[in-house]
Design a binder for this molecule. Structure first.
Ligand code: PML
Ligand code: MG
Ligand code: MG
Length: 260
C-alpha cells in the first residue's frame, strides 16, 4: 500500500514595513493511506482556519507520496506517569532522570557530576525557549550541534500507525509519544527532555529507549509560554549528520500501545 505524507503550516503577517514578518500560527503533519488524503487535508485546513492565535494569512499544505518500503514501523516507548504537587518538583524529577545519563557517559564519577549537569540542563533549557525546533546537545563534548542555532532541529515525517484522527484537533500527548519514539530511535540519541511551549499545557516528559516515555504532569507554571526540547546526543556513537538525517528525513509510523 502506498502512503502519503501531509504537512500543513499556517502563518500570519505581523508588523509593518521593514519589520513585517511571517509568524507561525499552526502546523500539523500526518502519514496516511491514499484513501484518507482528502479528508485529512481538509481537517488540517480547518485546524489552521480555527486557531486561537488568529486568522492565517498564509497556509501551506504539502502532500508527498511515500513508498511503504521506505517506512520504518516502531513500537511506542512504554509510558509511565509521574504526578507531582508543584512544577518545581516536576522539574527536579526530570533533571533527576536525565543527569545520570549525562554523567554516566563522562569520565568523572556520576556523583560529583550531578549538580554540574543539573545546572547545565537548566541553562540549556533556557536557551531553547526562543527556538522553534529542538537543541541537539552533544554530551561527549558539551557542544550544540544544530546547523542553525536559532531554528534548532525538527523531527518530522512521522505519525501514529493506526491513527484515525481526522478532526485536526491538537492532542499533545498523541503527538508527543510519536515524536519521542522516533527521536529515541535516532542514531546516537541518549535522551530527550521536553517542556511544552503551549502556555495552557504544563505536562512535559523525559524519554529514552531505557527510560521509556516518562510523563511528568507539571513542569512549568500555567500561563508560561516558555518551553523547549533538548535532544541529548552522544557523538561517540553516531555522527550528528546521521542523527539529523534520521530525524528530518526517515519516514516513521509508530504503533502506539497503551496509554496513561
Ligand atoms: C508540545 O507539543 O507542546 C509538547 C507536548 C508534551 C506532551 C506531554 C504529555 O502530555 O505527555
Ligand atoms: Mg520553542
Ligand atoms: Mg509546540
Amino acid at each position: 500500500m502506498d502512503y502519503y505524507s501531509l504537512k500543513m503550516r499556517a502563518s500570519q503577517h505581523v508588523g509593518e514595513g521593514e519589520n513585517s514578518h511571517e509568524q507561525h500560527i499552526s502546523g500539523a503533519e500526518r502519514i496516511v493511506g491514499r484513501d484518507s488524503v482528502e479528508a485529512v487535508c481538509a481537517a488540517m485546513v480547518r485546524r489552521a482556519m480555527n486557531h486561537s492565535k488568529g486568522d492565517p494569512d498564509f497556509i501551506n499544505v504539502k502532500i508527498e507520496k511515500v513508498h511503504e518500503s521506505d517506512i520504518q514501523v516502531l513500537k511506542s516507548l512504554p509510558v509511565t506517569r509521574v504526578d507531582v504537587e508543584t512544577w518545581q518538583e516536576g522539574l527536579e524529577k526530570a533533571f533527576g532522570l536525565i543527569t545520570p545519563l549525562m554523567a554516566l557517559r563522562q569520565a568523572q564519577g556520576p556523583c560529583d557530576g550531578a549538580k554540574k549537569f543539573k545546572e547545565k540542563l537548566q541553562d540549556l533549557l533556557r536557551e531553547t525557549f526562543p527556538m522553534r525546533g529542538a537543541m541537539l546537545y552533544d554530551i561527549a563534548t558539551g557542544n550544540r550541534l544544530e546547523p542553525d542555532k536559532d531554528r534548532g532541529v525538527r523531527a518530522t515525517y512521522m505519525d501514529a500507525l493506526h491513527s484515525s484522527e481526522v478532526d485536526g484537533c491538537k492532542n499533545h500527548f498523541n503527538e508527543a509519544i510519536v515524536l519521542a519514539t522516533k527521536v529515541a530511535n535516532a542514531p546516537g540519541m541518549v535522551a530527550e527532555f521536553c517542556v511544552s511551549d503551549d502556555p495552557n499545557y504544563v505536562t512535559g516528559y523525559v524519554a529514552s529507549k531505557e527510560l521509556g516515555y516518562v510523563r511528568i504532569m507539571k513542569m512549568k507554571e500555567m500561563g508560561d509560554e516558555n518551553g523547549g526540547r533538548i535532544f541529548l546526543f552522544d557523538s561517540r556513537k553516531a555522527s550528528a549528520e546521521e542523527c539529523i538525517e534520521y530525524l528530518q528525513k526517515k519516514k516513521v509510523l509508530v504503533d502506539v500501545v497503551g496509554r496513561t
